[in-house]
Design a protein around this ligand. Structure first.
Ligand SMILES: Cc1ncc(COP(=O)(O)O)c(C=O)c1O
Length: 390
């Protein structure tokens, strides 16, 4: 068999349903909606939790930074990529998230895949939540060390595995704060407690927690009141923070090591200036308006959650930002996404291999960019049309 024949993806379900929910090409993006084929669709799919990606103040921040520094600094952070605004932003994000110091990457996928080979070797062991994001799994696998997956959010199982790690040089425990497919929040206070007890280093990916969790939106560490955090912290800047990029945070000495010891940082063009300016503006807004934005997100979620859960759908997870609807087979999952699409809403169907076979879920994120009235209309559409209840 030739290489290109082997590398084929089966798209028969999408063909059968005459609907492919992936790579939909949008024409424009306004607060809470996308234009596709001259029609407006409600954005229930993006990770724009606070609705800030189209905020005029954020756009101005991006534009002004681009004006000062150009489209790109055309250099890696160790070279010309380290503008004063870039390094000040890294410090500001570290303080915001509750870690001592941080470095910024062009994406969190890159941060996660670069991290583990810089900190672990074959003498070590990594324990990782079974549902951890692909970037964490890829990063962990690239080390070539012993990997022990633990049952999702299950501290008893994690502890059982930790008891078997004494022969390894270093032990790492890797998880996410908010699991965006399951809509669940990790018990990170307990996980860090276990790490202290078994002398392991905790690694958290807070991509779906930063800007969402905690009294002031500072993320997982604020949510669980974790102070003097000694573990490693990563987060995407392309979700609630509404731009792009990734960060790795942790104790200052460790971050100083990454500045010279992490090839994924040193050899990759720095975050572009427009993202730096946009992120500064987003932090300004979160620092003053978070409670209103969070209330809107949570109210929107509650309205749609109730309309689905009270009308026969199984909604899983305990997060207040994501609705995860159990669907089952690939066909059922994509079919439900198609129904939403036909009523003018974009959602995200997760099917295998992103989730186990026949454990498909439809993810719905009713961000703060969607008005509460619009969400109430959507709840009615769900009840009357999608569920066939009048
Ligand atoms: C948990 C998690 N980690 C990392 C990433 C990657 O982030 P980025 O889009 O910044 O590369 C994502 C994005 O999908 C994610 O959901």
């Amino acid at each position: 068999m030739s290489l290109y024949n082997r590398l084929k993806i089966d798209m028969s379900v999408a063909d059968e349903l005459s609907f492919n929910p992936y790579y939909i090409a949008t024409k424009s993006h306004k607060s809470g909606s996308f234009e596709i084929d001259k029609k407006q669709y409600v954005d229930l799919a993006s990770n724009d939790y606070l609705g800030l990606s189209t905020d005029k103040r954020v756009l101005k921040g991006s534009f002004d930074a681009q004006n000062d520094f150009g489209a790109s600094l055309c250099g890696t952070p160790i070279a010309t990529g380290n503008s004063m605004r870039f390094s000040t932003l890294a410090d500001r994000l570290a303080g915001f998230a509750g870690v001592e110091s941080a470095v910024l990457f062009p994406s969190c996928f890159q941060a996660n895949t670069s991290l583990f080979t810089s900190i672990a070797g074959v003498e070590d062991v990594i324990l990782i939540d079974q549902f951890a994001h692909a970037s964490l799994i890829q990063g962990v696998k690239s080390v070539g060390c012993k990997v022990m997956p633990f049952l999702h959010n299950n501290c008893d199982h994690l502890e059982k595995l930790l008891k078997r790690t004494s022969k390894y040089r270093d032990v790492f425990v890797v998880t996410e704060s908010v699991f965006s497919t399951e809509g669940s929040i990790a018990p990170y206070d307990k996980i860090t407690g276990l790490c202290d007890q078994y002398n392991a280093t905790a690694v958290i990916d807070d991509s779906h927690g930063i800007g969402v969790l905690g009294e002031n939106g500072r993320g997982v560490l604020e949510h669980f009141n974790i102070e003097n955090y000694k573990g490693i912290y990563t987060a995407s800047l392309g979700k609630a923070l509404a731009n792009s990029g990734g960060m790795i945070g942790g104790p200052k000495e460790f971050i100083d090591y990454l500045r010279y010891g992490c090839p994924g940082l040193i050899y990759s063009t720095a975050l572009i200036p427009s993202a730096v300016g946009g992120l500064e503006s987003v932090l300004d807004i979160i620092e003053t308006e978070f409670s209103d934005l969070r209330d809107k997100l949570e109210k929107n979620r509650e309205i749609l959650h109730n309309s689905l859960a009270h009308n026969g759908f199984t909604v899983i997870g305990n997060s207040k930002s994501i609705i995860s609807v159990k669907c089952g087979s690939m066909k059922d999952t994509i079919e439900l996404a198609r129904t939403f699409f036909n009523y003018g809403m974009i959602t995200t169907p997760f099917v295998e291999p992103s989730v186990p076979v026949n454990k498909g879920v439809l993810r719905i994120i009713p961000g703060a960019g969607i008005s509460i009235e619009r969400c109430e209309d959507i709840a009615e559409i769900i009840k009357k049309n999608i569920l066939g209840i009048s």
